[in-house]
Design a protein around this ligand. Structure first.
Ligand SMILES: NC(=O)c1ccc[n+]([C@@H]2O[C@H](COP(=O)([O-])OP(=O)(O)OC[C@H]3O[C@@H](n4cnc5c(N)ncnc54)[C@H](O)[C@@H]3O)[C@@H](O)[C@H]2O)c1
Length: 334
């Protein structure tokens, strides 16, 4: 089976490629978030196409050359804070880019398209309930809106043109190789340097945490027993307040809690996401294998062993936000 993985040099896509035992090609433009180092151990058995999903001609050429039977579409702009400042980049890559990959798949007769969406498309869920796959989408941030549009485009391509599309909606992922603009690697990086750890608002926001290896395993299981047209939530049921995640990391590292610094809340910050995962458990026979404490400990140790990588990425994060603040003129949306 020839599988084309868009965004395969990213955090989750690369774990999926490391786990997948098929003929694989990666299509990735290598933004600040993409990094081929994540694929070092498997590079000899995969092909790599450097291309931007926004560029239809490039995409069509790659599809003609590689002739994928299956496409797993991860490529996206993924950092919510950036989407608040630069929303159009998110619409271009996540909406137009997804349209281009779907269209090229249709033109070349792709047999299965897995569209990687997110739990954020449902919007926030206060109280007790959990989102089911048939709940309405009420995305709250520009990132979530762009992902909801991409999610719906995938389903429209199936309904309108018959492209066999499966949609997956994973919850918050964590694990090795995550770019340090997400909570867990940010906290590890700051704590290791005894620097103040910024926590949004009061830190009460709840997220459902799943280890990236469990998410990738869910996807490989879906490929073994594909049911086009279906949507699957991928979650662990492990819901934690951000502040509790931060405290757990500090305990692992033996660092004091007074490093925690509460900062002004993110605009429109969703309070809670929570997924009902009965469907994937019953239909696909998948369930997560990695407990949060075990996965978090292993993740912290991984970053300690990969300090050079972490420091290099932290520099790129710092330079980006420095440039943003220096250029801040009251209207810096692009
Ligand atoms: N990380 C999470 O917690 C999470 C949770 C749910 C869903 N998701 C979704 O899973 C997918 C992967 O997330 P991730 O955390 O690995 O993201 P990531 O930011 O680590 O990786 C994204 C990859 O896409 C590539 N890319 C970005 N723009 C591109 C473009 N225009 N053309 C080609 N390639 C481009 C980047 O170079 C990078 O390799 C995304 O679609 C994301 O929305 C992520």
């Amino acid at each position: 089976m020839r599988v084309l993985v868009t965004g395969g040099a990213g955090f989750i896509g690369s774990e999926f490629v490391r786990q997948l035992n098929e003929e694989v090609a990666i299509l990735d433009t290598l933004t600040y978030a993409g990094d081929l180092n994540r694929l070092e151990k498997v590079m000899s058995r995969i092909s790599f196409f450097r291309a931007d999903v926004r560029d239809m001609e490039q995409i069509q050429k790659i599809f003609k050359d590689f002739e994928p039977e299956m496409v797993v579409h991860f490529a996206a702009e993924t950092h919510v804070d950036r989407s608040i400042l630069f929303p159009t980049q998110f619409y271009e890559t996540n909406v137009i880019g997804t349209h281009n990959v779907l269209q090229a798949s249709l033109e070349t007769g792709v047999e299965l398209f897995i569209n990687v969406s997110t739990d954020e498309v449902y919007g926030e869920r206060r109280g007790e309930g959990k989102f089911r796959e048939d709940d309405p989408l009420r995305p709250g941030s520009p990132y979530a809106v762009s992902k909801a549009a991409a999610d719906m485009l995938g389903r429209a391509f199936m309904r309108t043109y018959g492209l066999p599309v499966i949609t997956v909606r994973p919850s918050n992922n964590y694990g090795p190789w995550q770019y340090p603009e997400k909570l867990i690697p940010v906290v590890i990086a700051k704590a290791l340097k005894d620097e103040p750890i910024p926590v949004y608002g009061t830190g009460e926001n709840l997220r459902e945490w799943i280890h990236v290896s469990d998410t990738a395993r869910a996807l490989t299981k879906i490929l073994e027993n594909p049911r086009p047209g279906e949507i699957y939530n991928i979650g662990s049921g492990i819901e934690l307040k951000n502040i509790d995640v931060v405290k757990k990391i500090l305990r692992i590292l033996g660092k004091p809690e007074d490093l925690i610094t509460f900062v002004r809340d993110r605009a429109g910050h969703d309070f809670r996401y929570s997924l009902n995962t009965e469907k994937i458990r019953k239909e696909i026979g998948w369930s997560p294998e990695i407990g949060f404490d075990e996965g978090l400990y292993q993740t912290v140790m991984w970053y300690i062993e990969h300090m050079e990588w972490l420091e290099e990425k932290i520099k790129t994060v710092r330079n980006f936000w420095k440039m943003v603040y220096e250029n801040e003129s009251g209207d810096n949306r692009s």
